[in-house]
Design a protein around this ligand. Structure first.
Ligand code: NAD
Length: 707
C-alpha cells in the first residue's frame, strides 16, 4: 500500500502504491497505511528526512468517493476526518524535513497530503494537474486544504482554486507557490532527496514559525475583508444559495484563518461532514461521478460484439450540426467526409473547424502541425462515392422526411452492407426514418447537441429494428470521439427534447396566468436552471415550438391535446417576435447591448393583481420536468435512471445539485414527490398528475437508486 524504505543516508521513502488500482486514492485502507508509515518515520531516530512519493504514474488522484459515501453518520465521518488531520499534522510538525516528489496529477486529498510536505517538487508532465476540485462534486477539501492553501499562497490566490475547483498545470502551480520546483519527469525523486540532504536543522511549515503572516494580508485586513464580501455576493448571485459547498468553503477560510491552524482544521472538519452528508453532494456524486463514469465506460453496450474501430465516417449536411460533428470526428483522428449539396456549402462546414482551430492556436492550445493535420482529415465533397469505405454515416441534413429518405438511399448504394447509418434528427421518430433504409438493423439515431464541440452528450435512439450490434458499434464511435452517451428508445421528441420543452412551456403558461415575466425568469434561475424559461424560448425560437406542436398535431390526429403554453407561443410568433435570431422575442436584443424583457409583454399578458409565491413557481418548473421524465420511463423510452439523470444535466442543464430529474425525485422521496404533484395537479392541471409507476414503486418499496 505504502512502501517504506530507509537508506544509508537516513532518508525514508514512503511510496504510495495501492494494489489492484491504477491510481492511489484516500480511503480507509490507505489512511491506515499512511498513519502507520508516518508514525514509523517520525519515531525512528535513524530517519533524518522523509520523502513521500508514488510508484504510479500520478501521485494521489483524491478521495475515494465510494468510501466517502459509505459513511452516513456524522460522528463516524468526523472521526475519520480528524484522524487524517492529526496524522498529517504529526508529519509536518515532527521537525524532520518532509519532501513530496509528485510524479503526476495531484488532486483533492492528494494535494492536501502534498501540502503537508515542507518541499514539493513535481515532474514536468503536460497531463499532470494540481488542484482542489472537491467543490465540483458538492464537497469541500477535508484534509486541511481550506486551511493550508490560503496560508501558503494567500486568500486572494486560494479562493478561485477552492471555490471553482480549478485544475492547474505544473507551471501555473509553481508560479502560485503551490509547488517549490518542477523538474524533468523521472528526476523528481532525486530532486526531493537532494533537498532533504541539504537540510541541516529542524524544519517547520511557514504557519508554524514565529511571526508568520498570511501572504497578501490577514483575514482582518480591510483588503481581505472586502475580498471575502465580494466573493460572498458573487457566490449568491451565481448559485442562488443552491450549492452549500462553496459557502462552507468561504466559512472555513473566514473562520479558520482568524485562528491557529489546529482550530482551523476543526472548523474545516465540521463543515466537511456537513457537505458530505448534504443531499446536494450525494446527488452530484451519484450523477456527475458514478453515473458519468459508467456511461463513459459504455455500461449500456451489449456484450459479445467486437469493438468497432473507425477510420472513415461520412457526415451528410455541412450546416451547424454537420460542421460540428465533422470537427469532433476529425479531432479523434478519423477521416470525416463532409457532404453537402454544393461544394461551397461543404467547404463552409469545414471552415467552422478552421475557425475553431485558429482560436485554439492563438491561445497556444494546439500546435500548427496538429491543427493542419486535423483539417486535412475533413474532406468536403458533393459526391456520394466519397463515402465508400466509411464504417458509419451520420446525416444532419434539413429536418425533412423526404430529404432524409433520399440521402439514406443514396448513401446505402455506396456503403458496405455492415456500415451504420445514423440520423441526427431532433424530432422525427427513428423507426419511421428507417423505412427508407434497406437495412433497418443498421439504422440508429445519434442526437447531438449544439454546439457539438462544446456539448459532450449524445442521445442514442434505438429504432424498432435497430440491432444490438449497431448499438454497440455506435457506442464505440461515441467513445472514440470522447463524448458521453445515453441510450433511449424511439418516441416523439425522444427524451431530452420532450422533457426540456415542458420547462419552457410551463414558463409560457405562467405568463398566460398573469405571472410577471421577471418573476418567471427569476423562478427559473432560483430553481437552478441555467436560463429562465422565456429567455430559453427566445434561444430556441417560439416559432420552432409552434412548428413542432403543429407537426405533433398532424401526426397524432384525434389523440392530440394542445399543451399549456402553446397559446402564448402562438401569440408572440403572430407578432413576428420569433426569438433571439430575429432580434426580438420575449426579450429585446439591442445591438451591442444587454437584452431586456420586452415592455410590451405587460399589455399582451396583463399581470395579475396578486403574484404567486416564487417557491411555488420553482416547484412547478422542476416538478413538470420530473413528472414528464417518469412518463418517459413508464412508456419504455428510458430504462435506466443513470441515463435519465446524465441526459438531463448534460443535455439541457437541469440543476446538478438536484442530481437530474430522477435524482430530484429520489432525493425528495417518491412518496413526498407524489404528494407535491397531487397538490400541483389540483391547482394547475392534469400535467402534474403523478404517473402510476411512482405509486407502484412506493407500494413495492422500490427506489430509483440504492443510495
Ligand atoms: P442547417 O440548416 O444548419 O444545416 C443543414 C445542412 O444540410 C445545410 O448545409 C444544407 O445545405 C444541407 N442539406 C440539405 N439537404 C441536403 C441534401 N439533400 N444533401 C446534403 N446536404 C443537404 O441545420 P442543422 O441545424 O445543422 O440541423 C441538421 C439536422 O440536425 C436537423 O435534422 C436538425 O433537426 C438536427 N439537429 C439540430 C440541432 C440544432 O440545435 N440545430 C440539434 C440537434 C439536432
Amino acid at each position: 500500500m505504502i512502501n517504506f524504505e530507509l537508506d544509508a543516508q537516513g532518508i525514508a521513502t514512503l511510496s504510495w502504491d495501492m494494489p489492484g488500482r491504477s491510481q492511489n486514492v484516500i480511503n480507509g485502507e490507505s489512511c491506515a497505511a499512511l498513519f502507520a508509515a508516518i508514525e514509523r518515520a517520525v519515531s525512528d531516530p535513524a530517519v533524518k528526512g522523509i520523502l513521500m512519493t508514488s510508484a504510479k504514474a500520478d501521485f494521489i488522484a483524491g478521495g475515494d468517493l465510494e468510501w466517502l459515501q459509505s459513511a452516513d453518520a456524522a460522528p463516524e465521518l468526523y472521526a475519520r476526518t480528524t484522524a487524517l488531520h492529526k496524522a498529517l499534522r504529526h508529519l509536518e510538525t515532527c521537525g524532520k524535513p518532509v519532501a513530496m516528489a509528485l510524479p503526476g496529477t495531484t488532486l483533492g486529498g492528494g494535494l492536501e497530503v502534498a501540502l503537508c510536505g515542507h518541499y514539493r517538487v513535481a515532474a514536468d508532465k503536460p497531463s499532470a494537474r494540481f488542484g482542489l476540485p472537491e467543490v465540483t462534486l458538492g464537497l469541500l477539501p477535508g484534509g486541511g486544504g481550506t486551511q493550508r492553501l490560503p496560508r501558503l499562497i494567500g486568500v486572494q490566490n486560494a479562493l478561485p482554486l477552492l471555490l471553482e475547483g480549478k485544475r492547474l498545470k505544473a507551471a501555473d502551480a509553481l508560479k502560485l507557490g503551490i509547488l517549490n520546483a518542477v523538474v524533468a519527469a523521472g528526476t523528481e525523486v532525486q530532486a526531493a532527496r537532494d533537498w532533504l540532504l541539504a537540510q541541516t536543522g529542524p524544519v517547520q511549515q511557514p504557519w508554524d514559525t514565529k511571526g508568520y503572516k498570511i501572504p497578501g494580508g490577514a483575514i482582518s485586513s480591510p483588503a481581505v475583508q472586502q475580498l471575502i464580501m465580494a466573493a460572498n455576493a458573487m457566490l449568491r448571485a451565481k448559485t442562488y444559495g443552491n450549492y452549500p459547498a462553496p459557502e462552507h468553503i468561504l466559512s472555513c477560510v473566514y473562520e479558520g484563518l482568524i485562528t491557529d491552524l489546529d482550530t482551523g482544521l476543526k472548523t474545516e472538519a465540521r463543515y466537511f461532514v456537513h457537505a458530505v452528508l448534504s443531499p446536494q453532494a450525494k446527488n452530484m456524486i451519484r450523477s456527475l461521478f458514478f453515473g458519468m463514469n459508467e456511461a463513459n465506460k459504455l455500461a449500456a453496450r451489449p456484450a459479445g460484439v467486437d469493438k468497432q474501430r473507425y477510420s472513415r465516417v461520412g457526415i451528410l449536411g455541412a450546416g451547424m450540426m454537420g460542421a460540428g460533428i465533422a470537427y469532433v470526428t476529425a479531432k479523434a483522428g478519423i477521416t470525416a467526409v463532409l457532404l453537402d449539396t454544393s461544394l461551397e456549402a461543404a467547404e463552409r462546414g469545414k471552415d467552422y473547424s478552421r475557425k475553431l482551430l485558429e482560436k485554439q492556436a492563438a491561445r497556444g492550445q494546439i500546435t500548427p502541425e496538429k491543427a493542419a493535420a486535423l483539417l486535412e482529415r475533413i474532406v468536403p465533397t458533393t459526391d456520394y462515392a466519397a463515402l465508400d469505405g466509411a464504417e458509419m454515416v451520420i446525416e444532419a441534413v434539413f429536418e425533412d422526411r423526404t430529404i432524409k429518405a433520399d440521402v439514406t438511399r443514396k448513401s446505402e448504394a455506396v456503403l458496405a452492407p455492415d456500415a451504420i447509418f445514423a440520423s441526427n434528427t431532433s424530432t422525427l421518430p427513428i423507426t419511421g426514418l428507417a423505412e427508407a433504409s434497406a437495412r433497418p438493423a443498421n439504422f440508429i439515431g445519434l442526437h447531438f447537441f449544439s454546439p457539438v464541440d462544446k456539448m459532450p452528450l449524445v442521445e442514442v435512439i434505438m429504432g424498432k429494428g435497430t440491432s444490438d450490434a449497431t448499438l454497440a458499434r455506435s457506442l464505440d464511435y461515441i467513445a472514440a470521439v470522447g463524448m458521453t452517451p445515453i441510450v433511449v428508445n424511439d418516441a416523439r421528441g425522444f427524451y431530452t427534447s420532450r422533457v426540456f420543452s415542458t420547462y419552457v412551456m410551463e414558463g409560457l403558461q405562467m405568463l398566460k396566468e398573469g405571472v410577471r415575466p421577471a418573476l418567471i425568469e427569476n423562478a427559473g434561475l432560483q430553481a437552478g436552471m441555467p436560463v429562465g424559461p422565456l429567455a430559453l424560448t427566445d434561444e430556441v425560437s417560439a416559432e420552432l415550438l409552434v412548428k413542432i406542436e403543429k407537426q405533433t398535431a398532424a401526426d397524432l390526429g384525434d389523440a392530440y391535446r394542445p399543451r399549456p403554453g402553446l397559446e402564448v407561443a402562438q401569440r408572440i410568433v403572430a407578432l413576428g417576435r420569433i426569438g433571439k435570431k430575429a432580434g426580438q422575442g420575449f426579450y429585446e436584443y439591442p445591438e451591442g447591448g444587454k437584452k431586456s424583457l420586452w415592455q410590451g409583454l405587460a399589455e399582451l399578458f396583463p399581470p395579475a393583481a396578486e403574484q404567486p409565491d416564487v417557491d411555488v413557481l420553482v416547484q412547478r418548473l422542476i416538478a413538470v420536468q420530473a413528472v414528464e421524465t417518469v412518463r418517459c420511463m413508464e412508456e419504455g423510452v428510458l430504462t435506466t435512471a443513470r441515463d435519465v439523470d446524465i441526459g438531463a444535466i448534460l443535455g439541457w442543464g437541469f440543476p446538478p445539485f438536484r442530481g437530474g430529474t430522477i435524482g430530484h425525485i429520489h432525493s425528495t422521496g417518491i412518496a413526498a414527490f407524489i404528494g407535491q404533484c397531487e397538490a400541483l395537479a389540483q391547482q394547475f392541471g392534469e400535467r402534474f398528475q403523478p404517473p402510476a409507476l411512482l405509486k407502484t414503486m412506493v407500494e413495492e418499496g422500490r427506489t430509483f437508486y440504492s443510495r
